[in-house]
Design a protein around this ligand. Structure first.
Ligand code: FES
Length: 130
């Protein structure tokens, strides 16, 4: 399996790893087939993702996609974060092998789950946005 340099870079030195103690949105998703789990933390301030972190128990591609996904949503509005697609994550990593595309889906779902949790905590039904 050939990984791009970008994937290797984010796997070897992932950005935004760890918990975010003052997060106001936390989402956890998993893939039943491979058993990998991704937990995403966001801190929303004035409708903007002020900070994002992740903890991923999974494969190298899952770590790389989590890393780049947190980078891609930081500084963006909540709506923009919700619009993040796994395709955009794959493009930002200069591609992923076909067998690893589901890892990028996990990253998209983790961001959505964290934002949904943020909405829930605000008393807003996340179904209205997702
Ligand atoms: Fe399942 Fe990567 S192998 S998330």
């Amino acid at each position: 399996m050939i990984y791009s340099e970008k994937v290797m870079e984010h796997f070897a030195n992932p950005l935004n790893v760890g918990e975010l103690p003052d997060a106001n949105g936390v989402g956890e998703v998993g893939n039943a087939k491979c058993g990998d789990i991704m937990r995403m933390y966001v801190k929303v301030e004035n409708g903007v993702i002020a900070d994002a972190r992740f903890k991923t128990f999974g494969c190298g591609a899952a770590i790389a996609t989590s890393s780049i996904a947190t980078e891609m949503i930081k500084g963006k509005s909540v709506d923009e974060a919700l619009a993040l697609t796994n395709k955009a994550v794959v493009e930002a990593l200069d591609g992923l092998p076909a067998a690893k595309l589901h890892c990028s889906v996990l990253a998209e779902q983790a961001v959505k789950a964290a934002v949904a949790d943020y909405y829930k905590r605000q008393g807003v039904d996340p179904e209205l946005f997702l």
